[in-house]
Design a protein around this ligand. Structure first.
Ligand SMILES: Nc1ncnc2c1ncn2[C@@H]1O[C@H](COP(=O)(O)OP(=O)(O)OP(=O)(O)O)[C@@H](O)[C@H]1O
Ligand SMILES: [Mg+2]
Length: 389
């Protein structure tokens, strides 16, 4: 018996719940063979005991087929995340998702959904398992931006399978409703919907779930932060002062909700005229760095106003995927890198913890005021050109 033969045999062991095998996934670590005894270690990403049990069985069966008389498989699992739901501890409705990124802004129309889409795809392109949850219940734009406008999800029992586009699992209220329909819901129903989006969608074991928030600092943000430990908060802003004022509110909200701040995305930061290549600072440029510093944070990236970004959003062909060589796509990739590094740092330092913001008041009564109610302004992107013609 040789290592090669063992690996060949282990290719018949599929990772439970997936179509790929444990060798292709790169889970098989050390193989030692003496006579017909095989010892190996397998490092898996699931903490579920059933997965370990199943693998032990399948490995033994496959190795016995090639003549192993004794099989010692050491299956190494990550520690199960804590799932606790009383007011003294943290709460995590989706413990099999490793990290949650909340993309927020004080103001509407500044590019949260655009940022969420491009960052999620950029992380997926870098090999992460990524999901994208559209938590903008009233104004869901993610299906269009991800090219999923005509798709409806599959229902499994009383759960819903996420849709998939550009290597990212996606769910949105827009994918569950008839196109063009509006929702008129009370705040408590929004809170329920967000909880269901976490609990009743069959998300895989994701490395990161990116959550595109509605504008402002309201029920949706609070519910989300109380339901899962958010690993990183990203504030999207445009560079003009009125938007920066609102970003301070968004950053302050992260602090109040105990969410580690990954930084600020300065969107619509300058416009390079496609005809004459002069750069005009329509909303200003580079102004948000100082605001980020006020919160001990950084400017993650500056993204210019670029017609291709808007077209990518409208046609469901995000720039980061469809124009990977463009300057903007490279900036999104760099931003994704920084975000991943930030998430790693938060986890090295013990991870996010939402125990301090659990409700201590009866259901239906707000536990902590985060200031302004959600705003529904439409910022407008002003992509009208630099006037060179
Ligand atoms: N850098 C950019 N250059 C050009 N257009 C952009 C840019 N960023 C966003 N847009 C466009 O601006 C519009 C608003 O962006 P987006 O929907 O991402 O904002 P939002 O903050 O999610 O809005 P809302 O608050 O309504 O959810 C979209 O049409 C989008 O394609
Ligand atoms: Mg949006």
């Amino acid at each position: 018996m040789t290592k090669e033969k063992v690996l060949e045999a282990l290719k018949n062991v599929t990772y439970p719940g997936f179509t790929k095998d444990i060798v292709t996934f790169g889970f098989v670590k050390d193989i030692e063979i003496s006579d017909n005894r095989v010892a190996l270690s397998v490092e898996i990403t699931s903490s579920a005991p059933e997965v370990k049990e199943q693998l032990n069985k399948d490995i033994e069966v496959e190795l016995q087929k090639i003549g192993a008389s004794e099989v010692i498989a050491t299956i190494m699992q990550p520690k199960a995340p804590r799932e606790m739901s009383n007011s003294m501890s943290g709460k995590n409705l989706v413990p099999h998702v490793k990290n949650f990124v909340m993309v927020s802004s004080g103001k509407g129309g500044v590019g949260k959904s655009t940022t969420s889409v491009n960052l999620a795809i950029a992380m997926a392109m870098q090999g992460k398992k990524v999901g994208l949850l559209d938590a903008d219940i009233y104004g869901p734009n993610i299906p269009r931006m991800m090219g999923l406008i005509d798709q409806r999800p599959e229902i499994q029992g009383n759960k819903v399978l996420p849709l998939k586009a550009y290597g990212v699992e996606v769910m949105s209220m827009g994918s569950l409703m008839e196109p063009g329909q509006s929702l008129i819901w009370r705040g408590s129903m929004i809170m329920k919907a967000i909880e269901q989006f976490l609990r009743d969608i069959l998300w895989s074991e994701l490395d990161v779930l990116v959550i595109d928030m509605p504008p402002g600092t309201g029920d949706a943000q609070l519910t989300l932060a109380q339901s899962v430990p958010v690993t990183a908060g990203v504030t999207v802003t445009t560079p003009q002062e009125v938007s920066l004022d609102d970003s301070r509110r968004s950053l302050d909200m992260f602090q109040k909700l105990h969410i580690p701040i990954a930084g600020v995305v300065e969107n619509m930061s300058g416009f390079i005229c496609p005809s004459c290549e002069t750069e005009s600072d329509i909303f200003g440029m580079g102004t948000s760095e100082a605001v980020a510093k006020e919160f001990d944070s950084t400017l993650i990236v500056r993204v210019p106003i670029e017609p291709a970004i808007r077209i990518g959003g409208d046609t469901g062909m995000p720039i980061v995927y469809h124009k990977p060589d463009s300057e903007t796509a490279k900036r999104y990739q760099e931003a994704a890198n920084k975000l991943i590094a930030f998430i790693d740092k938060v986890n090295e330092e013990g991870g996010a913890d939402n125990s301090g913001i659990q409700p201590t008041t009866p259901p239906g009564v707000s536990a902590c005021s985060t200031g302004a109610a959600p705003q529904q302004n439409s910022g407008g992107c002003g992509t009208g050109g630099c006037g060179c013609h």
